[in-house]
Design a protein around this ligand. Structure first.
Ligand code: WT7
Length: 656
């Protein structure tokens, strides 16, 4: 083991770049570098050509209408996302191909062919329209475990033109309530529960708690996921009139729903994500451009072919699950793997056992998971035959070169190209990534923008930073999957993304370009943390803390963490000059979990009589980060009381 780790260090020392093998390149969907130049000459024509591979009921009038920040892609075109992901494959030999291979945490499996998926999606779409009267444009909230019905529900919404809002099953009842109310959902689709690391996540109970204050909701559909024994009062009390079992309502409908012909710019979904204030933003995606972007990037970046078995480990509660578990792969007619549970249940080899069992060829996961695999040791992967794998992907946060090399060596067995893909909920699809048959990779770099994507690194004044330098990452040209706005908040959309540099999309990320023009992502430049690949705002956690009756004030920062990338540290002042203790700290952590969800649980809580503030009263988080990470304190001259940080630092070091 020690020898192997040194081997990786040696590889890193060499500062190598990895060119695609001749073998991989020769059969890759894209292997001619000329594609970068072709796309650069006319990005709009380039994307239009990609979009033509989808099924359009009616062609568009104009590929792009652009008046910053409002983009319309393929306006006038008529299209349906579900049709492209399901119906289209039914009249081809893919009809009998596995669309979804599902495995539950307890080991049960289900396989749905494209025909099965077609039948189930049509039936559930009929439930939505015939039973609940859901119409085009209505919002439907989906709060479910990773079971096939989650994908079926999303596709059924798309089929009838309803807008889905998927809320990750790890969010609390209160977070669910906020999201349901923000977009006024008429219906909630959930399950009695789901399994995670051997315990039951009580989804239906959370829904009941949320719906106490959701006036827009008229009905709830409940998938029976738990066994009969568990589907009792503990987890599921069905409210008469409001709640319906999925399997029951599905019996009473025609099952003959047809696809609604949507305008390319009709809304497909809204997905909430954190910004630098306490209130989550409802990111809006529309139909034609988004689907074209997901379709094409899935095919190009993952070199996706008909005989692949593709597994993206992301939950559908995040954008990665939308774009690269559901819409992108299914629009390509791919076989996807879907897994319900944790990577270490019942043991730390679960992912590799799934790869071996189903012969996974393409595997896409997050750096935080890769770092956990690294910590557990390569023996878990080595217990399994991973020779079916041919390509590996990473997403969600910067991947450190060590983790990249470990992934390439131990999971990819030195054979598989690794694609580090940079994008955001807002961008809809991958923006910066290698093309595996063309682009040489460097461990830790997302390499270069995809063809047809125009990216720059700017300084504070808006000047492009020369190669070798760092600055703010921006997009200088519209792209098909770009968000069309924040649900119900056009002003915030302009302020957050389009005001720093007029007419240019500001990502909120810092980046450096090396002498070869390769991009190295540096993380967020705003008050947004990235904890295990999840985007969490410091303000969100602070609001949850000050909501506790004992808390006077709180400041939250993300501090470096070896596995999670960042961990949450909270500096808290209690009311009435009370001193904190470990019980209080635990109580506060639980309070945050209850308010937002377990992904936001602070790692440590530091009680302090005062927080470092500027004379105008602004909390200086930068200094708190310095303290938490044990760095020399940065500039303290603007502090109202410099003594505060000094004593805080001493306390922090004492308490370890
Ligand atoms: C933020 C977006 C994209 C789907 C998952 C997260 C960070 C994402 C990378 C990467 C460096 C990355 C950025 C970005 N990020 N991928 N490959 N390298 N950083 O989506 O929750 O919208 O978060 O995640 O900071 O802005 P999200």
């Amino acid at each position: 083991m020690a020898v192997e780790i040194r081997a990786i260090e040696a590889l890193l020392q060499e500062n190598r770049s990895f060119s695609p093998s001749a073998e991989f390149a020769s059969t890759a969907i894209l292997n001619d570098p000329a594609i970068y130049d072709v796309a650069a000459k006319d990005p709009v024509a380039f994307w239009a050509e990609a979009a033509r591979e989808l099924h359009w009921f009616k062609p568009w009038d104009k590929a792009l209408e652009w008046k910053a920040p409002d983009a319309q892609w393929f306006a006038g075109g008529k299209i349906n996302a579900c049709y492209n992901c399901v119906d289209r494959h039914i009249s081809t030999p893919r009809r009998n191909k596995a669309a979804i291979i599902w495995e539950g945490e307890n080991g049960e499996t289900r396989t749905l062919t494209y025909w099965d998926l077609y039948r189930e999606v049509r039936r559930f779409a009929s439930v939505l329209t015939e039973h609940f009267g859901i119409k085009k444009g209505d919002r439907v909230c989906i709060y479910m475990p990773m079971v096939p019905e989650l994908a079926i529900a999303m596709l059924a919404c798309a089929r009838i033109g309803a807008i889905h809002s998927v809320v990750f099953g790890g969010f609390s009842a209160e977070s669910l309530q906020d999201r349901i109310n923000d977009s006024e959902c008429r219906l909630v689709i959930t399950a009695d529960g789901g399994y995670r690391r051997g315990t039951v996540i009580p989804l239906k109970r959370n829904v009941d708690e949320a719906l106490v204050n959701c006036p827009s909701v008229e009905g709830v559909v409940v998938v029976r996921r738990l066994g009969h024994g568990l589907t009792d009062e503990t987890f599921t009390r069905m409210h008469e009139m409001r709640d319906h079992w999925w399997h029951r309502v599905a019996e009473d409908v025609s099952g003959k729903s047809e696809c609604e012909e949507m305008d390319s710019e009709d809304m497909l979904y809204v997905l909430y994500t954190s910004g630098s204030t306490g209130k989550p933003k409802g990111i809006v995606h529309t139909t034609g451009g988004y689907l074209a972007g997901c379709y094409a990037t899935t095919k190009w970046v993952f070199d996706l072919k008909d005989d692949d078995v593709y597994w993206c480990t992301a939950d559908c509660g995040w954008v990665t699950g939308h774009s690269y578990t559901v819409y992108g792969p299914l629009a390509n007619g791919a076989t996807i793997v879907m897994y319900e549970g944790a990577p270490d249940f019942p043991d730390k080899d679960r992912f590799w056992s799934i790869c071996e069992k189903y012969g996974v060829t393409i595997f896409y996961t997050a750096p935080t998971a890769i770092r956990a695999f690294m910590k557990w040791g390569p023996e878990y992967a080595q217990k399994h035959d991973l020779s079916s794998l041919r390509l590996l992907g990473s997403v969600g946060e910067p991947i450190n070169p060590e983790a990249w090399m470990w992934y390439q060596q131990y999971i990819g067995e030195g054979r598989c190209p690794v694609v580090d893909t940079w994008w955001q909920t807002e961008t809809g699809h991958i923006m910066i990534s290698p093309l595996p048959g063309i682009t040489p990779t460097k461990p830790g770099s997302a390499t270069r923008p995809l063809p047809g994507i125009l990216v720059d690194v700017l300084d504070e004044k808006g000047n492009s930073v020369p190669l070798g330098g760092g600055g703010y990452l921006v997009m200088t040209h519209p792209w098909p999957g770009m968000t069309r706005g924040l649900y119900g908040d056009p002003q915030r959309f302009k302020d957050v993304y389009w005001s720093k540099y007029p007419g240019i999309y500001f990502t909120g990320d810092g980046a450096k370009r090396d002498e070869d023009g390769y991009f190295w992502l540096l993380g967020r430049v705003d008050d947004v943390m990235n904890v295990a690949g999840h985007r969490i705002s410091t303000m969100e956690v602070e609001s949850a803390l000050v909501d506790h009756p004992a808390v006077a004030e709180a400041a939250v920062i993300g501090k470096h963490h070896d596995l999670k990338g960042q961990a949450i540290s909270a500096f808290v002042t209690l009311k009435g000059s009370r001193a904190g203790n470990s019980e209080m700290a635990d109580d506060l952590k639980e309070h945050v979990v209850k308010k937002i969800g377990a992904i936001c649980r602070p790692d440590d809580i530091i009680f302090t009589a005062e927080l470092p503030k500027t004379r105008s009263g602004k909390i200086m988080r930068r200094l708190l980060r310095d303290i938490a990470e044990g760095r020399a304190l940065g500039d303290t001259t603007t502090l109202a009381d410099p003594g505060v940080v000094q004593s805080l630092r001493e306390r922090y070091e004492e308490e370890g």
